[in-house]
Design a protein around this ligand. Structure first.
Ligand SMILES: [Fe+2]
Ligand SMILES: [Fe+2]
Length: 394
């Protein structure tokens, strides 16, 4: 049988990496078991992974097709969302109040952006990447800029998704709350962009897999899928990721910036749980619920397996080590392991809470090693202050 992996071993590095990339793209589409999920993610997969739309350096147009839901009777229809709306109004903050006067030297080992163990130095060494102390600092700087760039691109997606959901959602109290979230996301775009351009002087293009998710959500006409994708999956994982960097960074401006963003994001995920819990339980048929359940698992796996910082690989290691070796390094590096652990400990309890982890899907989560997070607290039980406190204390 024709085995690409074997053929790959005999090819020069550049061809080998291109084939590795193509195999990865194909396996992504092949792994999706539910044809309805393939239909929803497939076209975005082609646009993002094959055509690389996110990396063409020109504005990218995505056709949106949801319906705006108007209600001229202005019902008070969701008391918990009303409370969140009040909290969100009171929690607004101005990005200018952050200590932007702090000067940031991204290569200063005395004030590291992220700790040394974020990277698997031994794996790099074995693969032929030998770096001086100065170069090691520079690689850590690249990895931080890559992560923060993806946060920024995710925030742009969140801004548009929040605007779309505000139009489409049927809860009137949800629309008022949604208006505050649109403002929050605009502010997040502002602070990440400002930090990356003014303090780090480095901005990476959108990761292809993140582009796939954003593209699929923008184009999908079903509001609950946008909600699920943006509020629970992308925001839930981002909240975990922000938490890890907040906890680990010694750079005071970044720490303060993330603390403020985390408190906003905790409200956003809380809103996602409130809106989806009732909808999934009461409005969807069992077949529709199963489709969401499958979709959530595919996206969770996409996020776990495919955020491999290949953009950093292309800059630092392409030609010396293979993509496969890089992937192994990223999946084993202690910092990255912690990163994934915290992300999923935030996400999985929310999926459980909204009814998307029924016994039929649990074996697949078990197989993916994600069941250990099943019993954690969901976002409706965790305020932003609780989150920051728990990150500060351990
Ligand atoms: Fe955000
Ligand atoms: Fe958000």
């Amino acid at each position: 049988m024709f085995d690409l992996k074997t053929v790959n071993r005999f090819l020069p590095g550049r061809y080998r990496d291109r084939i590795d990339e193509a195999v990865e793209t194909l396996s992504l589409l092949r792994e999706i078991r539910d044809p309805r999920v393939l239909l929803s993610l497939g076209p975005s997969g082609v646009r993002g992974l094959v055509w690389k739309r996110g990396k063409q350096g020109v504005p990218s147009k995505v056709q949106a097709s949801h319906s705006a839901h108007f209600d001229f009777t202005y019902p008070a229809d969701h008391p918990e969302m009303q409370v969140l709306y009040q909290r969100a109004k009171q929690g607004q903050w101005d990005a200018d109040m952050l200590p932007w006067q702090i000067s940031v030297d991204p290569e200063n080992p005395e004030v590291p952006l992220i700790p040394e163990d974020f990277i698997g130095w031994d794996d790099l060494h074995v693969a032929g990447i030998r770096l001086s102390d100065k170069e090691r600092q520079r690689l850590l700087y690249s990895v931080t800029a890559w992560m923060l760039s993806q946060f920024l691109h995710g925030e742009q997606g969140a801004l548009f998704a929040a605007a779309q959901v505000t139009e489409a959602v049927q809860f009137f109290d949800g629309k008022l709350y949604g208006a505050t979230q649109v403002m929050d996301e605009g502010r997040h775009v502002e602070v990440f962009h400002r930090y990356l351009t003014q303090k780090l002087g480095k901005l990476y293009q959108v990761n292809d897999n993140l582009f796939v998710i954003i593209d699929a959500l923008m184009a999908d006409s079903r509001w609950d899928l946008k909600f699920l994708g943006m509020q629970i999956m992308v925001e839930g994982l981002a909240l975990g990721a922000f938490g890890v960097v907040y906890k680990l960074t010694k750079e005071p401006l970044l720490k303060q910036l993330l603390k403020m963003v985390i408190q906003d994001e905790a409200r956003h995920v809380h809103y996602g749980v409130l809106a989806l819990r009732d909808h999934i339980k009461n409005e969807l048929s069992e077949s529709e619920r199963q489709e969401r359940e499958d979709w959530a698992l595919e996206v969770a796996l996409l996020m776990r397996n495919r955020f491999m910082a290949y953009e950093v690989f292309e800059e630092w290691a392409e030609g010396t080590m293979s993509r496969e070796q890089w992937r192994q390094m990223v999946s084993r590096a202690p910092g990255m392991v912690q990163f994934r652990r915290v992300m999923f400990s935030r996400l999985i309890p929310n999926l459980r809470e909204i009814g998307l982890m029924s016994p039929r899907i649990l074996p697949r989560y078990e197989q993916a090693g994600l069941m250990q997070y099943f019993t954690g607290l969901a976002a409706d039980k965790l305020s932003g202050e609780d989150l920051v406190r728990s990150l500060d204390s351990n």
